[in-house]
Design a protein around this ligand. Structure first.
Ligand code: SAH
Length: 192
């Protein structure tokens, strides 16, 4: 296993450690609205394949070796830098969103609109973190299948999700969310 693969798996463990306590607590809470369509379930399952299952097959077997390539060392370290950025943003987003987080589009009974911390700069820090991650992955896992699957799956997920999520937030919070949208960027900070 290369150093970059080891760093990739280490980062997976860091993300699981950040998310686990929130996930455990939120399962004890009531939801007032849940919009988990079959399409959404399918995409979440595909994301799991791109982020975890294919990398696991790549690292643990030789089945994907036919699709491997090799990049210069600087490209791998660029991947590490992007991954560290992804972890930092992921951590801050979980710290600020807390129990308002959910894997699919949901509104909790006690849902609170968060506009502070990293959410005061961008509306979708977790998706921003995911962008950094899917760009880093082909630099770290140097394989056409294990490296790029996550990116290919994330693009349609992102496009469908952000639109549906913002519509849900507008339905729930109305002008409060519309004002928040004016002040902030989506995944990139708003300039000026
Ligand atoms: N798009 C955000 C959150 C992803 S988790 C991000 O990228 O960081 C998805 C859930 O977060 C949604 O179901 C919604 O209920 C909740 N959510 C999204 N933005 C929120 C906000 N500003 N305040 C509170 N909850 C929010």
């Amino acid at each position: 296993m290369s150093i970059f693969e080891i760093i990739f798996w280490f980062a997976i463990i860091v993300e699981m450690t950040i998310r686990a306590p929130i996930n455990k607590k939120r399962k004890q809470e009531k939801m007032s609205e849940q919009n988990v369509s079959t399409q959404e379930k399918v995409i979440l399952f595909l994301l799991l394949i791109g982020m975890f299952i294919l990398p696991l097959i790549y690292s643990a077997s030789s089945w994907l070796d036919f699709a491997s390539y090799s990049l210069p060392a600087w490209a791998g370290w660029l991947g590490v830098a992007l991954l560290l950025g992804a972890l930092f943003v992921f951590w801050r987003a979980h710290a600020d969103l807390g129990l308002n987080w959910s894997p699919s589009l949901e509104i909790r009974e006690k849902h609170e609109l968060i506009t502070k911390g990293i959410y005061g700069i961008i509306r979708h820090p977790m998706y921003a973190s995911q962008w950094l991650w899917v760009i880093a992955q082909p630099l770290l896992l140097q394989n056409w299948v294990a490296g790029f699957a996550n990116l290919l799956i994330f693009i349609p997920f992102y496009m469908l999700r952000v639109q549906a999520e913002e519509q849900m937030m507008i339905n729930k919070f109305g002008d409060q969310y519309r004002d928040y949208m004016k002040r902030t960027g989506g995944v990139l900070p708003k300039m000026g």
